[in-house]
Design a protein around this ligand. Structure first.
Ligand code: NOJ
Length: 711
């Protein structure tokens, strides 16, 4: 390979649909071997044609890679990742990713920029919607499930698999103030124990690539962070795959202030272990001269090229460069009944019941009149959620349509938009909405955010319902009809008034969190609203009472003065309780569950033993339902402070009325270990608590002792 051809493999460009000059330039690049991969293009016709140029008209005939953000489904849009995490069902999430891979690969794609595995402890950050929430354990389980689904555990031999890419390495969610791309400062312990864990899990599950993040960590931008990419990711974890920069992130080393010019930026990124330059055009255009002048070691280039070629080999492209470009497969693989059924099932599993007083839910299908209020109820675009891939608004069954389908034709549905969903600030629709509520037996009020209010760069300083929505809720509530609020949103919201009311006034009795559920929004939500499905999802992130409480997460430290209500010199606020509105892991059901006392296999053990913890869970209500049994630990006394709780296991189980199941968890060395003051991974002797329950607060407790610890 010539130096130019090598650097070409490291260059990734965004296909341009509009600009003919750019298209022609990229075609020429392909012929000259000056591009290794594209993003922003899909469809067998287009990708096949470019692949043909690469393998027939370039000197070395190296196939191209086509990459895209396949985030939650592809043509069959599934719930947003945050919602899917709320299912606490890794098998369902794996299946969702598998279907996404089947559809996206049928449209000519080899590589997805997913899963997004960033821990998000700050719901102002718009990208919380793309990940699995606040917890490293849940995040790791979901990361691994998605990697397995996309790439069958890294076995890319079948052409309906995608090369997975865990992103954004790392700590991107730690952005100060919740502002995307912002500075990240954290201790190495927090970095490793919280933010890196899901990446390690993704690597272990066989992720073939990693995307370096936009942000800096402790003064070093991730695109130039050799310690984290070369030393931790590749060195400590043994990752052998590809690292791709984020979009123009190599060039952004200049505004970060660590590179004086493009060439310097390129050298820093390559030396840090970033193999592919996404879209900056620096590797492709600015490095050749430096190698020729002896200022950049060609061995660094060779190493990156080897990784790119290896990915192409693993995808089977050297055997058959067209294996992802089969027009027949494209025709038959998208939006199949089977995929739609899976999307509906995933969506039902993702819904979280936050409140249900007076058993107002499920609603009866015998209602003669039902008011559906809120423009989000019929918003096709928002139903798909951010990053909706090849999702088509025409395929969406909205919440309103789902309700219409679920009820007999004789039922009268009074739909009123209530607010203007562009700004939410107009009260012009209130009067009609109030009228609809007055004329109906019950009201479903749909509130929240549009899809554009979360996702990349869509951060919010407030977590309140945007605009005049709370005012609308108060006005509708005042009508006095049975009221169900359905939330559509991409982040935890501070919906205090809905939950708790004010000044002793009665509050909204039922609240259902649906996030953005994808093409099957309507059928899935209607299944839950009318009781054809009993909701069992649990929150993957804490709901604060106010943005002022952020950061607020369940696995915090105790401090020397833990908050005690009414005691002034403890860690709390004057103007708000210290507790969240809804804790991590929270979610109700139409039935009730009871937990027995946890049973430990032994009260004490040597560090090498495995401890088994068992708990009986009984469905004490009248309906069959799912419960997510959650298992947390606490190291009571250690050489460094430890979180008050850490999730170490969970299982979503199904119980018939009256049925009891015994759920068993195993605790191993890894579950109890942490980084001590010397940053060694240790278990220290002493007492540990275990907690079992249906959320992170309401738990049953037990205790055991480890008699001897060891590195
Ligand atoms: C920028 C985003 O940060 C990243 O997640 C995405 O994969 C790329 N753009 C490509 O679309």
């Amino acid at each position: 390979m010539t130096l130019e051809e090598k650097l070409g493999q490291l260059a990734q460009y965004r296909w341009s649909w509009r600009d003919d000059t750019v298209k022609e330039q990229y075609r020429q690049y392909i012929r000259e071997g000056r591009v290794g991969s594209f993003l922003g293009i899909a469809g067998v016709g287009h990708t096949r044609e470019l692949q043909r140029l690469a393998v027939e008209e370039s000197r070395l005939k190296i196939p191209l890679l086509f990459a895209e953000d396949v985030i939650h489904g592809w043509r069959t849009t599934f719930p947003v990742p945050l919602a899917e995490a709320g299912s606490w069902d890794p098998a369902a999430v794996e299946r969702s990713a598998r279907i996404a891979a089947i559809e996206a690969s049928a449209m000519g794609l080899h590589w997805t920029f997913a899963p997004m595995v960033d821990i998000a402890r700050d719901p102002r950050w718009g990208r919380i919607v793309e990940g699995s929430g606040e917890d490293p354990y849940l995040g790791s389980v979901m990361a691994a499930a998605r990697v397995r689904g996309f790439s069958r555990g890294g076995d890319l031999s079948a052409p309906n698999t995608l090369l997975a890419c865990a992103k954004h390495f790392a700590a991107y969610g730690g952005a100060e103030g919740g502002r995307d791309y912002n500075t990240v400062e954290l201790s190495e312990r927090t970095l490793r124990e919280i933010y890196l864990e899901p990446f390690r899990a993704a690597v272990q599950a066989g992720a073939g690539s990693i995307m370096s993040a936009f942000n800096e960590v402790n003064g070093v931008p991730m695109t130039a962070n050799g310690w984290m990419i070369n030393d931790i990711l590749r060195g400590e974890w043994g990752f052998t795959g590809l690292v791709v920069s984020d979009y123009t992130a190599v060039a952004e080393l200049q505004p970060h202030g660590v590179a004086a010019n493009r060439a310097e930026a390129g050298v820093l990124a390559l030396a840090a272990g970033v193999d592919i330059d996404m879209v900056s055009g620096i590797y492709g255009n600015d490095l050749e001269e430096l190698v020729r002048q002896g200022k950049l070691d060609e061995a660094l280039v060779d190493q990156a090229v080897r990784r790119v070629l290896e990915a192409k080999y693993r995808l089977g492209l050297f055997d058959d460069p067209y294996r992802y470009h089969d027009a027949e497969r494209e025709k038959t693989s998208l939006l199949t009944p089977e995929h739609l059924a899976a999307a509906r099932e995933m969506a039902r599993k993702s819904i979280v019941l936050l409140k249900n007083e007076k058993e107002i839910l499920p609603l009866s299908k015998n209602l003669k009149t039902l008011a559906v209020i809120g423009a989000l109820a019929d918003d096709r675009r928002s139903s798909l959620g951010p990053w909706s891939g090849a999702g088509d608004t025409a395929d969406v069954v909205t919440l309103l349509e789902g309700i219409e389908r679920a009820l007999p034709a004789s039922a009268k549905i009074l739909y009123a938009e209530g607010y203007d969903k562009k700004t939410f600030t107009d009260r012009g629709g209130f009067a009609r909405a109030i009228q609809a509520a007055k004329s109906a037996e019950a009201v479903i009020l749909v509130l929240g955010e549009t899809a554009g209010m979360s996702g990349e760069a869509s951060n919010r300083a407030s977590l309140d319902l945007p605009g005049e929505q709370e005012a609308l809720a108060r006005a509708i509530h005042a009508v006095g009809k049975p009221l169900v609020v359905v939330l559509m949103n991409g982040r935890p919201l501070s919906i205090n008034w809905l939950v708790e009311g004010s000044f002793g006034a009665e509050n909204v009795p039922a609240i259902l969190e649906t996030w953005f559920l994808g093409v099957q929004t309507g059928p899935a939500a209607a299944d839950v609203l009318f009781g054809d499905y009993n909701p069992g999802g649990k929150l993957p992130a804490t709901f604060p009472r106010s943005a002022g409480q952020i950061p607020i997460y369940y696995n915090h430290k105790n401090t020397g003065r833990p908050p005690i209500a009414g005691e002034h010199y403890t860690s709390q606020y004057l103007d708000l309780p210290f507790t969240p509105l809804y804790p991590f892991g929270y979610g109700l059901s139409y039935t009730t569950f009871e937990y027995g006392a946890p049973r430990l296999s032994v009260p004490e053990m040597e560090f090498i033993d495995t401890l088994t913890v068992e708990v009986n869970v009984t469905n004490t209500g009248k309906r069959p339902g799912d419960e997510v049994v959650q298992f947390y630990i606490q190291d009571e006394v250690a050489s460094v402070t430890r979180p008050v709780k850490q999730l170490r296991g969970f299982r979503r189980i199904h119980l018939e009325p009256g049925e009891t199941q015994t759920v068993t968890f195993q605790l191993t060395f890894e579950d109890l270990a942490f980084y001590n003051q010397e940053m060694q991974w240790v278990v220290e002797p002493g007492f540990f608590k275990v907690f079992l329950g249906g959320n992170s607060v309401e738990v049953q407790e037990a205790r055991f002792e480890i008699r001897s610890g060891k590195l």
